[in-house]
Design a protein around this ligand. Structure first.
Ligand SMILES: NC(=O)C1=CN([C@@H]2O[C@H](COP(=O)(O)OP(=O)(O)OC[C@H]3O[C@@H](n4cnc5c(N)ncnc54)[C@H](O)[C@@H]3O)[C@@H](O)[C@H]2O)C=CC1
Ligand SMILES: O=C(O)/C=C/C=C(\O)C(=O)O
Length: 484
């Protein structure tokens, strides 16, 4: 049986306490995960500080960024192993993980290495009160030991999205992968040793949140900052932990994102786009669209077209040809999504398609499969429209005017992303300015340029990462003033 060990100070470390890792495809146990306790957290934090004071802290930016390029190259060299590990942990389609998760996992190291090497800091010259001159400039120093707490939906991609810039800026990281997806963070530890990243710079602690590695790590007084992607309520708990010692946090949290389709949109492109934004990764993407608003003249046509797309999705395991929809991550998450499917009916929804679990072959019957689901007819007050479900489902409602679409999109506590479909440039610009989100896609969805700011407004997050914005969190900015 595969053993997922912690990685502390350059060594793989077993603990006396393990839990099962099951694959979502058929619920078989595929590994034992070694849960880190307080002793392992203490050891990792001490090793991280030692690394910062040692060789890693003294490394030139050039050498540090060369090492990060080597990490990316080594991930690419072991691409098939990373892919197999991610597929076993998540059950997502091969086509998705091979095009998005693993390539982005590698790219996150190269992009931020290059950004750190090339971004200047500010400098000013001024006249002093005595008529002399002073020059000031900014220095960026690492934040220190950074806890990286990760979710299970895009495990390698979202973890390296934080580890890449954190290491590029000279920090040491301690990663707490989701208990559901321990594999790729552990595999990355092998890569770190192979390319010669000094011990203590990248460490992995497995376990759960409350009462386990997640809580112990984020409460640890010697952790200098915490970066987290996951549920908004977990963000609240981590923020409370970080308050002690006034430690900075960077959060990318949940969403209840609106997709808006105007009557002038290219309907085929809009339907294809919303098919992706509602159902990709079995709806387990925080950027996904669970509320769709369609302008009334094309409402019926759009609903029928999206229904046809949903029903054409092939549900199955990662390596099945043509598969478009994998399982949900866990039995617990399937229960949550199925509860929402039942709630939608109780709240009075019309089920356009789906609403249940598909019949699967006997070998897959214990997997966490659900049908892609579309509802219409709910009032905006329905819980299914207000709460993040994180499954392959959406509600579609009609709207008449641009002002109404804006009001509907903004009537949520969340503010992560939106996708707007229109061929009118004026409409596109006005919507982009009016919708309260961190990310606004026009005639596209999940189209990413890693140099741009990424994050959520309102209850969807704190701060932005991406490009130079990552440097704002992963470094301290020091101003140096020199009187000449
Ligand atoms: N990106 C997103 O927006 C994501 C949203 N979700 C949503 O969250 C729901 C719950 O999924 P979970 O995996 O349980 O998400 P979660 O937010 O509870 O867990 C994410 C990470 O935080 C850790 N964690 C949990 N509680 C913690 C605490 N008190 N202190 C420190 N670390 C803690 C977990 O062990 C995991 O590594 C899902 O059903 C889904 O709706 C889940 C994953 C990603
Ligand atoms: O960084 C990206 O490109 C993707 C981010 C997606 C999430 O944060 C998510 O689904 O949780």
């Amino acid at each position: 049986m595969k053993q997922f060990l912690n990685f502390i100070n350059g060594e793989f470390v077993a603990t006396g306490k393990t839990f099962d890792k099951r694959t979502p495809v058929d619920n078989r146990v595929i590994g034992q995960v070694h849960e880190a306790g307080m002793a392992e957290v203490d050891a990792a934090v001490a090793a991280a500080h030692a690394a910062m004071k040692g060789e890693w802290g003294r490394l030139s930016v050039v050498r540090r960024t060369e090492l990060l390029h080597a990490v990316a190259d080594e991930i690419n060299r072991r691409f098939d192993e990373f892919l197999a590990a991610e597929l076993a942990d998540t059950g997502k389609p091969h086509s998705l993980a091979s095009h998005i998760d693993i390539p982005r996992g590698a790219a996150n190291f190269k992009v931020f290495a290059d950004i750190v090497k090339n971004v200047p800091t500010e400098s000013f010259t001024m006249t002093t009160p005595d008529g002399g001159t002073a020059v000031s400039y900014a220095l960026r120093t690492p934040l220190g030991v950074v806890a990286v707490v990760c979710p299970w939906n895009l495990p390698l991609l979202l973890m390296t999205w934080k580890v890449g810039p954190a290491l590029a800026c000279g920090n040491a990281v301690i990663v707490k992968p989701s208990e559901e997806t321990p594999a790729t963070a552990t595999l990355l530890a092998e890569v770190m040793n192979t390319v010669g990243i000094p011990k203590g710079v990248y460490q992995v602690l497995h376990g759960f949140g409350p009462g386990s590695a997640g809580e112990f790590l984020t409460r640890h007084p010697d952790v200098d900052g915490i970066t987290f992607t996951g549920e908004t309520r977990t963000g609240e708990a981590i923020m409370a932990a970080a308050a002690k010692g006034v430690r900075p946090v960077s959060f990318e949290l949940g969403g209840k994102n609106a997709g808006i389709v105007f009557a002038d949109a290219d309907i085929d492109k809009a339907v294809a786009g919303i098919t992706r934004s509602a159902f990709e990764n079995c709806g387990q993407v925080c950027l996904g669209t669970e509320r769709v608003y369609v302008q009334r003249p094309i409402f019926d046509t759009f609903v029928q077209a999206l229904k046809a797309k949903a029903e054409a999705l092939v549900i199955g395991p990662p390596d099945q040809p043509g598969v478009g929809l994998g399982p949900l991550i866990s039995a617990e998450h399937k229960r949550k999504v199925m509860d929402y499917y039942a709630l939608a009916v109780a709240e009075g929804a019309t089920v356009v398609t789906g609403g249940g679990a598909p019949a699967m072959p006997a070998a897959l019957a214990d997997g966490h499969w659900v049908q892609p689901t579309i509802w219409t007819g709910l009032p905006e007050s329905a819980r299914v429209i207000r709460e993040e479900i994180f499954g392959p489902c959406c509600h579609i409602a009609p709207f008449d005017t641009e002002a109404e679409a804006i009001a509907l999109a903004n009537a949520t506590d969340y503010g992560l992303a939106t996708t707007v479909w229109t061929q009118d440039l004026g409409t596109a610009h006005r919507m982009a300015a009016a919708i309260e989100v961190g990310l606004c896609w026009i005639n596209s969805w999940f189209l990413r340029d890693l140099r741009t700011a990424f994050g959520g407004a309102k209850a969807s997050g704190i701060g932005r990462e991406g490009g130079v914005h990552s440097l704002e969190f992963y470094t301290e900015l020091r101003n140096v003033m020199i009187k000449l």
